[in-house]
Design a protein around this ligand. Structure first.
Ligand code: NOJ
Length: 474
């Protein structure tokens, strides 16, 4: 199948679009929904841009039919959505199931399922944790929740994702404190311990993932015949020079970032390089847990990828570094080399356009984790200054269009030339939405949402129109 600029994928390649419940739904107190960590965080003064919250977001909760029509008009046969834990279980536990809250998910999944016979809903079950207690109570609560989701929706949902970007919750939620629940050393009002809590959180997420896999395998897989796995996030970390010390630093960083989560899932334990630097702050898995990982793994390797960063071994001379949490890794990272940026700057401070990096990351994953099917569960960009443009200027989004074409070309090279086993790609995002601590100031949608209009009008952007045509034949 050939298209623009020779972007070629196998005929049965999956193309979709992704969203997440808190970022689009709104309806934060409708029909008995409980509070998630993001409700609490965004309502705490000075935590999000302009104090913005997901209370209304894109009001998707009340615009379901309109948005299903939008999905259809974009020729999307695959849609990735997430469930809000606190909508289903308002206090986080199985003792109180909110029947009304199940309503939207039932309606939505049925719509999507009916829309096309091969419609495949890819659901994330764990993104909005009500409380990520720093002990194993959360593993039990999570397993109960996952079990409930499989039992109710497993007839329609054939692709489950246990966690989306667990790294982000652990690092931004418990190390920098910039995301919910806003804990870190010195964070107010919550406090925390940036040197230990992220590792404990990650540990509990990983064990929760394995437990959910185990439940699916033992109770549901035979009848429901679906797939289940986890989605990580990672930049490509490019060595800043060919000096072996820099090459080693970049490899160590890649392991620390992505291997932290993926190694336990696929190999049963953390990378040795992490153990060496974290010492006893990195928790130990019990023998039983290690066995569970080996038995469950993940049916696929889900990866959200947006950008790349230079990495080098520590320097004596002053280098222009990113704001850093990397003490444990003992490297420096930078967005520029010899005064030149690694790629064009997008709108988000962490995002640079580096298409060649995605091909390298795909090859790194394939080399380390073998032939497990890879799904790009998110890729996309926010265009510089997009929020300040008029609607007609914003929907004419050549910046995003070029990003998508250039990244797709490199993913296609990874599949067709390097023979990496990538099976699918989901653009982030179906529509502009609540970009966490950045509020509504960053727009990642292939559809524009006019937050100033009373009905939150949606307009498909140029990139969306292109994507709709491009995916038609797959
Ligand atoms: C990944 C996250 O899963 C999503 O929630 C976020 O909006 C995008 N990255 C863009 O930052």
């Amino acid at each position: 199948m050939d298209d623009d600029n020779g972007i070629v994928f196998p005929k049965n390649f999956i193309f979709g679009a992704a969203t997440a419940s808190y970022q689009i739904e709104g309806g934060y107190d409708q029909d008995g929904r409980g509070k998630s960590i993001w409700d609490v965080f965004s309502h705490t003064p000075n935590k999000t841009k302009n104090g913005e919250t997901g209370d209304v977001a894109d009001d998707h909760y009340n615009k379901l039919e309109e948005d299903i029509a939008l999905i259809k008009s974009l020729n999307l046969k695959h849609y990735r959505m997430s469930f809000s834990w606190s909508r289903i279980l308002p206090d986080g536990t199985i003792s109180n199931i909110n029947k009304k809250g199940l309503n939207i998910i039932t309606r939505k999944s049925t719509y999507c399922w009916l829309m096309a016979s091969n419609q495949q809903l890819r659901c994330t079950i764990g993104i909005c944790l009500k409380v990520l207690k720093i002990n194993l109570v959360v593993v039990k609560a999570y397993s109960d929740y996952a079990d409930l989701c499989f039992s109710i929706f497993g007839d329609r949902v054939k692709f489950w994702i246990t966690f989306n970007e667990p790294w982000v919750t652990a690092v931004l939620g418990y190390l920098t404190g910039g995301n919910a629940p806003g804990r870190c050393t010195g964070c107010t009002p919550n406090g925390g311990d940036s040197s230990r809590e992220p590792y404990i959180v990650a540990h509990n997420q990983l064990v929760s993932h394995a437990e959910a896999m185990n439940i699916y395998n033992t109770k549901y897989r035979n009848n429901q015949k679906g797939s289940i796995g986890i989605t990580f996030n990672s930049d490509w970390f490019q060595a800043i020079s060919d000096d072996p010390k820099d090459v080693e630093a970049a490899e160590r960083h890649q392991q620390f970032f992505l291997g932290w989560y993926a190694d336990p899932v696929f190999f049963g334990d953390y990378p040795q390089s992490m153990r060496d630097s974290c010492g006893d702050r990195l928790p130990q898995f019990t023998e039983q847990e290690k066995e569970l990982f080996k038995a469950t793994k993940s049916d696929f390797f889900g990866i959200n990828h947006y950008t790349s960063t230079y990495v080098g071994a520590p320097r004596k001379e002053k280098v222009k570094e990113n704001p850093t949490w990397y003490d444990d890794i003992n490297v420096f990272t930078s967005y520029e080399k010899d005064g030149k940026l690694i790629g064009d700057k997008a709108d988000s401070s962490w995002l640079y356009v580096v298409p060649w990096g995605c091909r390298k990351l795909m090859n790194w994953i394939s080399k380390r984790y073998g032939s497990v099917p890879i799904y790009i569960t998110e890729n996309g960009v926010d265009a510089p200054g997009e929020s300040d443009l008029s609607i007609s200027q914003a929907v004419d989004d050549d910046f995003r269009l070029n990003y998508l074409k250039d990244y797709l070309k490199e993913f296609s090279n990874a599949v067709m030339i390097d023979k990496v086993n990538i099976k699918g790609y989901y653009v982030w995002s179906l529509m502009d939405n609540f970009e966490w601590a950045d509020g509504y100031s960053k727009r990642f949608g292939i559809t524009y949402v006019d937050y100033k209009s009373p009905d939150l009008k949606r307009t498909i952007k140029k990139s969306g129109r292109w994507y709709a045509e491009f995916i038609k034949n797959y």
